[in-house]
Design a protein around this ligand. Structure first.
Ligand SMILES: C[S@@+](CC[C@H](N)C(=O)[O-])C[C@H]1O[C@@H](n2cnc3c(N)ncnc32)[C@H](O)[C@@H]1O
Length: 448
């Protein structure tokens, strides 16, 4: 049968295409749904990101557990079309180096303890860890002070990325370091004095999608669909989701826009509070306000984003089409912005005090990003970071992306400590709408 005949035959018999290009992960999810019924969107997202463990001990990889995880890495010059996304540390070493000066200030506030720990959760290629350690060496030397006695711990869920992080940090013999495999929502750590930080971590926690239909709430489930795509079905919400809606009353759009209920935020805040004996938590991520405000009214239908090599960033309806496509299952990142105001409230309930909340631009500028930019060419070593520096040090646009926010929380620290990174909330006039200040907080408008 030639291909025209095959097509005609298929159309007449209404038979689906045999090879839809579905990934092994999509096939596994189909089998699971056939056996036990539709799965919640949160469960589906978790499978897409982390893959599935089978009863015989084997593993079908998801986006973060595949052999090569395509997070942009300028230092190894991976071609652009093989990259799913770049994060801020992957664009310039100035990001991590600037953050290291905030960490040093925290070390001083804590009284330069002998057992100072830095814990980074969800460290990707290990680039931020590399730049923070380099920054600590750089600032210690520049200010004529002893190197802090610190230990750097990464908590990483993906074994593939854990291996990459280990090799990226191998050059720092001055500092003890360790990579612990586990989840930041169930931290495999005892109590520490120090700083717990993350960049773009909670946006990778699975979310449940909930929408308002007239006066009732509905939760999204994923059904088997057809050969090419899974189907969305809406059912009444679980008890857990109802409880969340009752307690937090998130702003749900009447137009049916799904709200992403991030299931990991609460246990994550609880875990940080449990582990932090004395110290600070720094969270950097993009926020939900940005996701929603970035879309015009008629496009306000979607809160999920999809990033994959050769495809880039797809949001909105097209984002969801990609997320439900069987040929992309496990091949791309599925993510959504963080509600930082909710995160602060959850942190407070867990015993964490909000020290400050600002834009990424405010954080970096307050800590002297521009001065560092002038100084750095003479001090950055060749090797890791050199290529990033040459190509991207002057590309400020990404660093000033209005979506990115910084939250600092603390526990066991006396009131009134000054954190330089929280000095300014800086944004441009046009981006002002992307920042909701805390009560009494001033916003400085800066034009490039
Ligand atoms: C968007 S990437 C950000 C990577 C890195 N922080 C950066 O800025 O380049 C998310 C990272 O978090 C990790 N991750 C996702 N969920 C996690 C969890 N529950 N616990 C620990 N790591 C997690 C992923 O494997 C990945 O390393």
């Amino acid at each position: 049968m030639n291909s025209a005949e095959l097509l005609r035959n298929r159309a007449e018999n209404n038979t689906p295409e045999v090879d839809s290009g579905a990934t092994p992960l999509a096939r596994h999810i189909e089998r699971q749904i056939t056996a036990t019924g539709p799965i919640s969107f949160g469960k589906y997202m978790e499978l897409l990101l982390n893959g599935a463990k089978l009863s015989d001990g084997s593993h079908i990889p998801g986006f973060y557990t595949q052999e090569y995880v395509p997070i942009g890495d300028k230092d190894t010059a991976i071609p652009k079309d093989e990259v799913a996304f770049y994060t801020s540390p992957e664009r310039t070493p100035l990001f991590g180096m600037t953050a290291s000066s905030q960490i040093l200030e925290m070390y001083d506030i804590l009284g330069q303890p002998d057992d100072f720990r830095i814990v980074e959760m969800g460290a990707g290629n290990g680039t931020l860890a590399h730049d923070i350690l380099h920054g600590i060496k750089y600032f210690s030397q520049r200010h004529g002070r002893d190197l802090p006695k610190l230990r750097y711990t990464i908590v990483e869920q993906s074994d593939t990325l854990a291996r990459k992080q280990k090799s990226r940090l191998s050059q720092f013999n001055e500092f003890p370091k360790e990579i612990v495999q586990g989840s930041s929502t169930d931290l495999p750590l005892g109590r520490i004095t120090g700083v717990i930080l993350s960049n773009e971590l909670p946006d990778a926690f699975p979310v449940e999608l909930v929408r308002k239909n007239a006066d009732t709430f509905e939760q999204m489930y994923v059904a088997a669909g057809n050969e090419q795509v899974f189907a969305e079905v809406w059912q009444s919400p679980t008890e857990e989701l109802r409880e969340f809606l009752d307690v937090h009353d998130p702003h749900l759009h009447d137009n049916g826009v799904p709200y992403p209920y991030n299931k990991g935020l609460k246990p994550w805040m609880r875990e940080i509070s449990r582990v932090l004996d004395r110290g600070f938590a720094i969270t950097i991520d993009y926020d939900e306000l940005y996701t929603l405000c970035g879309l015009s009214d008629e496009r306000k239908v979607q809160t999920m984003r999809f990033y994959a090599p050769g495809i880039g960033d797809v949001a909105d309806t097209a984002g969801m089409e990609h997320i439900l496509s069987k040929k992309f299952a496990g091949k791309g990142d599925v993510t959504t912005g963080i509600d930082f105001h909710l995160l602060q409230r959850m942190g407070q309930s867990a015993g964490l005090k909000t020290e400050g909340y600002t834009t990424q631009a405010g954080f970096l500028f307050s800590l002297g990003y521009h001065g560092l930019k002038r100084d750095i060419p003479r001090t950055y070593p060749h090797g890791v970071g050199d290529r990033r520096f040459r190509n991207y040090a002057f590309l400020d646009e990404e660093m000033l992306d209005p979506g990115f926010k910084v939250l600092i929380q603390s526990k066991g620290v006396s009131d009134g400590s000054h954190l330089t990174g929280m000095d300014w909330v800086i944004t441009s006039e046009k981006d002002k709408k992307f920042f909701t200040p805390l009560p009494g907080q001033e916003v400085t408008v800066w034009e490039k």
